[in-house]
Write a protein that binds this ligand. Structure first.
Ligand code: ZN
Length: 154
């Protein structure tokens, strides 16, 4: 898809549909039995609570799953995250963490091509929702830094 062929309004609609699709049918939902890293993410402001599981081998994320409950944005973001990072080197996943958290906070996202993750950019207009969208990413960042940790948006 070439973004330049779509109007801003059309893109917004497409991205909204993408978010709703991932919220309704989360990808990679469930427990990962042979996980090597995990972290829990809690966003008390909204009541989002999820646990992210990663299987890392040879510096690469071989598999990722999540479970928990939360609002549509937090679930869609976790679903998009797992879709994105499976098969990705840990180093690259951390670059995506930086890019996603930066762009959602209104800072430059750097050179990383966010692709469909740009669907999350809509939350910038709703500051209270930014924490919903970044929750899974903070959990991933914690998980990759430690084997067992609690990530919070606070
Ligand atoms: Zn939320």
């Amino acid at each position: 898809m070439n973004d330049s062929t779509f109007s801003v309004e059309e893109l917004r609609e497409l991205y909204r549909e993408l978010i709703l699709d991932h919220a309704r049918s989360p990808r990679h939902f469930g427990k990962l039995e042979d996980m090597t890293h995990s972290a829990e993410g809690i966003n008390p402001l909204c009541g989002d609570k999820l646990k992210l599981y990663l299987k890392v081998a040879g510096g690469q994320i071989e598999d990722a799953r999540f479970e928990g409950s939360g609002c549509a944005i937090s679930v869609a973001s976790a679903s998009l995250l797992t879709d994105t990072v499976i098969g990705m080197p840990v180093e690259t996943a951390n670059e995506y963490f930086d890019a996603v958290t930066s762009t959602l906070s209104g800072r430059p996202s750097g050179t990383v091509d966010l692709g469909k993750l740009r669907a999350l950019e809509g939350v910038r207009e709703f500051p209270a929702r930014v924490k919903c969208a970044t929750l899974a990413w903070h959990a991933m960042h914690s998980a990759l830094g430690n084997d067992e940790q609690l990530a919070t948006t606070e």
